[in-house]
Design a protein around this ligand. Structure first.
Ligand code: MIC
Ligand code: SF4
Length: 646
């Protein structure tokens, strides 16, 4: 079958546990590896612990600490200790704080072509640069994969991105993905896997491929995948992992749902303008924009090659006096290599502020820009408020354009810096895994440390037969999970404490949401298109649920958030444009005969109790998802399935 001849189809077929590999059908696939990070990982481990197993059942599970590294109180440090002890107890590798951003380290040290990876972070697709089928998911899905359960997904459509030519000087991998975002938009990848191929792919190094795969998350795609070829072999060999290599490519005759042709040699330096990753324009059109901050790093652009390029451009020059330049290397390997070859000194001498090896400003952990300031970042998301400054204007670009802005004080075409540096990928990376702790063979004697800020998960009751929900909030299109539950240095330390973090639901967009929700029995939110785009954080579903949000009505949902809503028993109901237009904040909606509808119907009938009109919403659910909702969430469902209860 032609679908199975695609690279994607081959990996899916070799991991298929349930269902038929026909796009649009629900399938369950075996997960070889899992990845968690500290901001989502504490919930993942609490969920895993509630399943009563002694050890993870994957080939490899890795627990990273990279998000919440600013220790302004005991909370984050307690979480780190909890995660370290839980990894040892349950058989996962533990990458210590300071070792690097999960996706960068996973690419360097763990990713294996042809295997599957599920991570509790939306940028898990980064390892697709190695030919891995790597996907982001909600924490509970990852906890279940750690327990050996299949990961359920809709068999995707497969798009071929056919690359020809080679990147010209001053144009980098970031410009490739920004170009694709400009062409396809933040919904352009929905329901799809973006498979890269064509003769141009061979001209891209693994870290460049990883940059492209990383930001495929912003297309809304399941993931992105590159072939595993000589370039991949070279990278793995340089990481002392040549035995992990296997070749992988689409077979002749592979048929794709669609093909996007890109001539790499025709690309120009691009930037995503405030405040969406697809608001992309050529930098030459933005040259008057005055810049206050430049931030180089994040899982998108923090490889050795990226930072060495930045350092080479900065060498012997000075950062513009009006610009604060911050640099956060992606991994300890990257930082150590920059330190040894002098590139670190070049950056320091130019005036760069060197930050810890971590996510840092990308998730608002420090370095918020000044009020109304312009920040130019090599990151992947520029959603409003994410930088920590609500009215900051964030532009996203590659490291070369970022350095050009840092030196000139304005968005500037990088070629104005003169001749483009040519940086060779190293033949040997500096390999030192001493900050990755290997779990003992038997962890049963190990005590898991829970600090006072770590609270167990609440019990969720099954779906009732009747619900009366007040519309507490009506929002527009493309609401992000950063809108629903902000990141940042103040809120992130509360990720293990549901009652307290719930106070921050919609804190920036609709202040007072939590207090108002508490005055109602049960509430709902009315959303537009692509509701819940962005991160995988399941807190954005669980915290509203905790406040009494029992259903969300929206024109369409982002995949990860939709799955998280279902996992916590919140009904995602699809409404038509005219219904969206008619419903208002303050309306009370009655759902009768709810259990029967969720069990067997495509439609959910509701009545506005005050206005007295009836409307239909659509339930686009698989049989498994219906059962999960009826049970009141995935943990209840799983427990019931294990105990054989009806
Ligand atoms: C992000 O980039 O938004 C994060 C922080 O990495 C999230 C995960 C989280 O919210 O913890 C993600 O992308 O999934
Ligand atoms: Fe960390 Fe930013 Fe990457 Fe999320 S996008 S994993 S916060 S570096």
């Amino acid at each position: 079958m032609a679908y199975e001849d695609t690279l994607t189809g081959q990996v899916l077929a070799s991991h298929l546990m349930e269902g038929r590999l026909t796009s649009g059908e629900e399938i369950g696939i075996r997960i070889d590896q899992t990845l968690t990070q500290d901001a989502t990982g504490t919930l993942v481990y609490l969920e895993f612990m509630s399943m009563g197993l002694d050890r993870v059942r994957t080939r490899r599970s890795v627990s990273y600490v990279d998000h919440n590294t600013l220790q302004t109180g005991f909370e984050n440090a307690d979480d780190h200790r909890f995660l370290q002890s839980a990894a040892a107890r349950y058989g996962a590798y533990f990458s210590r704080p300071g070792n690097g951003i999960c996706h960068q380290v996973h690419l360097e040290r763990f990713g294996v072509p042809g295997q599957t990876l599920l991570g509790s972070d939306s940028h898990t697709p980064t390892s697709g640069g190695l030919g891995m089928l790597a996907m982001g998911a909600g924490g509970l899905d990852v906890a279940l994969a750690m327990a050996g359960a299949p990961f359920f997904m809709i068999a995707p459509r497969v798009s071929l991105i056919r690359l020809t030519g080679e990147l010209p000087p001053w144009v980098g991998a970031k410009d490739v993905i920004l170009y694709i975002l400009q062409r396809l938009g933040v919904k352009g990848g929905l329901g799809r896997i973006m498979e890269y191929g064509g003769p141009g792919a061979a001209s891209l190094s693994v870290p460049e491929r990883a940059t492209i795969a990383n930001m495929g998350a912003e297309l809304g795609a399941w993931t992105s995948i590159f072939p595993s070829d000589d370039v991949t072999h070279r990278f793995l060999k340089a990481q002392e992992r040549k035995d992990d290599w296997t070749p992988l490519a689409a077979r002749d005759g592979a048929v794709y749902d669609d093909v996007v042709d890109i001539d790499l040699s025709a690309l120009v330096p691009l930037a995503a303008c405030p405040s969406s990753p697809d608001a992309v324009r050529p930098i030459r059109e933005l040259s008057g924009v005055k810049v206050d901050q430049v931030a180089i790093g994040s899982c998108t652009n923090s490889s050795y090659m990226d930072l060495k390029t930045a350092a080479t451009l900065l060498k012997g020059k000075r950062v513009h006096p009006d610009v604060s330049l911050v640099v956060s290397p992606g991994s300890r390997q990257v930082l150590a290599m920059l330190a040894r070859d002098g590139a670190l000194a070049d950056m320091i001498e130019a005036g760069a502020r060197i930050l810890e090896v971590a996510c840092g400003p990308c998730i608002g952990m420090g370095q918020a820009p000044p009020s109304g300031g312009v920040s130019v970042r090599t990151y992947n998301r520029n959603f409003p408020g994410r930088s920590g400054t609500p009215d900051a204007q964030v532009y996203l670009c590659g490291p070369q354009a970022a350095v050009a802005a840092a030196l000139t004080g304005y968005l500037t075409e990088p070629h104005e810096l003169g001749e483009a540096p040519v940086i060779q990928e190293p033949d040997v990376f500096l390999v030192d895994d001493s900050m990755i702790l290997t779990p003992p063979d038997d962890g049963r004697e190990i005590t898991v440390h829970m600090g006072p800020n770590i609270k167990s998960l609440p019990a969720l009751e099954p779906l009732p037969d009747e619900m009366h929900l007040d519309i507490l909030l009506k929002v527009g299109d493309h609401i992000t999970t950063d809108d629903i539950l902000p990141g940042g240095a103040k809120v992130l330390p509360l990720r293990s404490n549901l009652p307290v973090i719930s106070e921050h639901v919609y804190a920036l967009k609709a202040p007072g949401f939590a207090a108002r929700a508490r005055q109602h029995r049960a509430v709902t939110i009315l959303g537009g298109e692509n509701y819940g785009q962005g991160s995988s954080r399941e807190h954005a579903a669980l915290a509203p649920r905790y406040l009494g949000v029992r259903a969300v009505l929206a024109k369409s949902f982002a995949r990860l958030h939709r799955a998280n809503l279902i996992n916590f028993g919140v009904v995602p109901a699809l409404v038509k444009e005219e219904t969206y237009a008619r419903l208002e904040e303050g309306d009370c909606i009655g759902f009768l005969d709810l259990r029967r509808s969720v069990a067997e119907s495509e439609q959910l009938t509701a009545r506005t109790e005050d206005k007295g009109f009836t409307f239909e919403s659509r339930l686009d659910l698989s049989t498994r998802e219906r059962e999960i909702l009826l049970a009141g969430g995935r943990l209840n469902f799983q427990r019931r399935a294990l105990s054989g209860e009806p």
